[in-house]
Design a protein around this ligand. Structure first.
Ligand SMILES: CC(C)(COP(=O)(O)OP(=O)(O)OC[C@H]1O[C@@H](n2cnc3c(N)ncnc32)[C@H](O)[C@@H]1OP(=O)(O)O)[C@@H](O)C(=O)NCCC(=O)NCCS
Length: 205
């Protein structure tokens, strides 16, 4: 099992890092790296994804998470595979969103990116917020490009991709799947999101 802080030392966003945001609607959200011990709250979050959201995230009906998949999603190395999770103050034992990157090639500067937000918290800015922080973590680790494989019918994530990189166009389309290659959000993107007219921001030491 990974030790907290052991594999992410030297990065600003390490395993001990956490931050709190207040969304535009007043909801307080805490973000930190996902840990293996988050299993129960991760599974509770999975229950908060509708059948449609699960399909959009995993490209297959996913009535339950097979243990092998769960282990892979929880056990990140913090360097080539990192995941950020969000919790709400009102439901502290349930993860409401996860965004992750997985480096495509060892030593490379491109990574696959994926994100999911529980249905009742969608369209409140959490997806954008998590990806901005994930972008900062990715840049620290030498990643410059995100590759997003999305279902073409997934208008929400395609809009989110364009929101993050206005120049992002699908580089490949294969049947029902489109692949976007986008600039990793700049390190200051999350701070711009936190300007007082959008949200209040405080960082925990
Ligand atoms: C796609 C998803 C991650 C977006 O997260 P979110 O927290 O709801 O998105 P945000 O509130 O941060 O939205 C940011 C921007 O994305 C776009 N967007 C998000 N949801 C949208 C929707 N339903 N319709 C149109 N645009 C949408 C908008 O441009 C939005 O900015 P705005 O609200 O200022 O107009 C979320 O809908 C989700 O988890 N869906 C199911 C799983 C999934 O599709 N994952 C992606 C596979 S990689």
């Amino acid at each position: 099992m990974l030790q907290i802080g052991s594999d992410t030392e030297g990065f600003r966003i390490d395993r001990a890092w956490a931050c709190v945001h207040c969304l535009a609607d007043g909801t307080e959200v805490t973000i930190r790296m996902l840990r293996p011990g988050d299993r129960e709250s991760f599974l509770a979050g999975f229950e908060g994804l509708s059948r449609e959201s699960r399909y959009l995230r995993f490209f297959t009906a996913m009535p339950r998470l097979p243990d092998s998949v769960l282990q892979r999603l929880l056990n990140t190395d913090g360097m080539d595979h990192a995941a950020l999770a969000a919790w709400c103050r009102t439901s502290a034992d349930t993860i409401v969103a996860v965004a992750r990157f997985i480096r495509l090639r060892k030593g490379g500067d491109a990574a696959d990116v994926a994100v999911a937000v529980v249905d009742h918290m969608q369209r409140r800015g959490i997806g954008r917020l998590l990806l901005a922080h994930l972008g900062e973590a990715a840049r620290e680790r030498g990643i410059r490009r995100f590759r997003a494989e999305v279902l073409r019918a997934n208008h929400a994530v395609r809009a989110l991709v364009r929101d993050l990189d206005a120049n992002a166009l699908p580089v490949a389309v294969d049947g029902s799947i489109a692949v976007y290659d986008l600039d990793v959000p700049a390190g200051d993107a999350c701070h711009r999101l936190c300007t007082p007219d959008r949200s209040w921001y405080a960082e925990r030491q």
